[in-house]
Design a protein around this ligand. Structure first.
Ligand SMILES: NC(=O)c1ccc[n+]([C@@H]2O[C@H](COP(=O)([O-])OP(=O)(O)OC[C@H]3O[C@@H](n4cnc5c(N)ncnc54)[C@H](OP(=O)(O)O)[C@@H]3O)[C@@H](O)[C@H]2O)c1
Length: 256
């Protein structure tokens, strides 16, 4: 069912396209000769510089769109911007996520649990993705195949949790996985040519992983280019029967 066949003029939305893995997806898809248009959202102006300058270089192909994923009105406004140019999307990738920011750090112990921090994890890592799924369905429902992929994390696997810690991040990724699985079931009825998946990118060299990279085994810290190539390969191989699955970077499925 590959959506990447050369005769399809691709319309792609990267949510969280201003840094890390999301920005690398933008670089990657801009090289496709059959790309019709790429929409990439950014949040803070500070981290949007690279995306904005890319959009000046590729003004016919790339539209940067402001979106705060914690405000549904901002999501609706961003999607309205997309709708001015297209009614159809072939691929939507949710790359937004938070692990740490200034005082906001993953909890090592119950003593560090904070109500506000937990809420923030869920708002950014889980709820934003399902709000996108809610508003973007009409764009994905068309005569061709389409993909809705959310970048999750293996630490969100409940079955695979042997180490503990990182309560909020783990729980918010587990919630993201359940929201994607549930979305996949509704989409199979309302948009049967769309495949919904959660993807674990592997530890990737971005701001998000920077403080935690020293214990990563040699060869297991991927560049953003490597990660994006691996995740694109998974998406190229997707079949309708893969709807609702959780894939790791090497193409194996992960336990929920
Ligand atoms: N890097 C890894 O090792 C790794 C491993 C497993 C999973 N992941 C997952 O991969 C995804 C991408 O992460 P990354 O490593 O590329 O990290 P990153 O460079 O920090 O990217 C995170 C993105 O989320 C955006 N974001 C944060 N809060 C937002 C909000 N309220 N509204 C809209 N956008 C917001 C950020 O935009 P601003 O900077 O403008 O806020 C940024 O574009 C995340 O879901 C992460 O959990 C990463």
């Amino acid at each position: 069912m590959s959506i990447f066949k050369s005769h399809i003029p691709l319309e792609i939305l990267i949510v969280g396209g201003s840094s890390g893995i999301g920005l690398e997806f933008v670089h990657h898809f801009l090289q496709y000769p059959n790309l019709n248009h790429l929409y990439a959202t950014f949040h803070s102006q500070d981290s949007a510089n690279k995306l904005i300058s890319l959009s000046q270089k590729y003004s016919q192909k790339l539209s940067p769109i402001s979106m705060d994923i914690t405000a549904e009105k901002s999501i609706e406004k961003g999607i309205k911007e997309v709708s001015k140019k297209t009614e159809t999307l072939h691929l939507v990738i949710y790359c937004v996520g938070i692990l740490h920011k200034d005082e906001f750090q993953p909890e090592k112990s119950l003593k560090q649990i904070s109500e506000q921090q937990l809420l923030t994890y869920f708002q950014i890592n889980s709820i934003g993705a399902v709000l996108i799924a809610k508003h973007i369905l009409p764009f994905l429902r068309h005569s061709e195949h389409s993909i809705f992929a959310a970048i999750s994390a293996k630490v969100g696997s409940i079955e695979d949790n042997f180490l503990g810690g990182w309560y909020g991040y783990r729980a918010s990724k587990a919630a993201l996985n359940m929201l994607m699985k549930t979305t996949s079931i509704e989409y199979s009825r309302r948009s049967p040519k769309t495949v919904v998946v959660a993807l674990h990118p592997g530890t990737t060299d971005t701001e998000l992983s920077k403080p935690f990279q020293k214990n990563v085994p040699q060869g297991k810290l991927f560049s953003t280019t490597k990660t994006v190539n691996q995740l694109v390969q998974i998406m190229k191989d997707l079949k309708i029967g893969d709807n609702g699955k959780f894939f790791s970077w090497d193409g194996t499925t992960l336990p929920w």
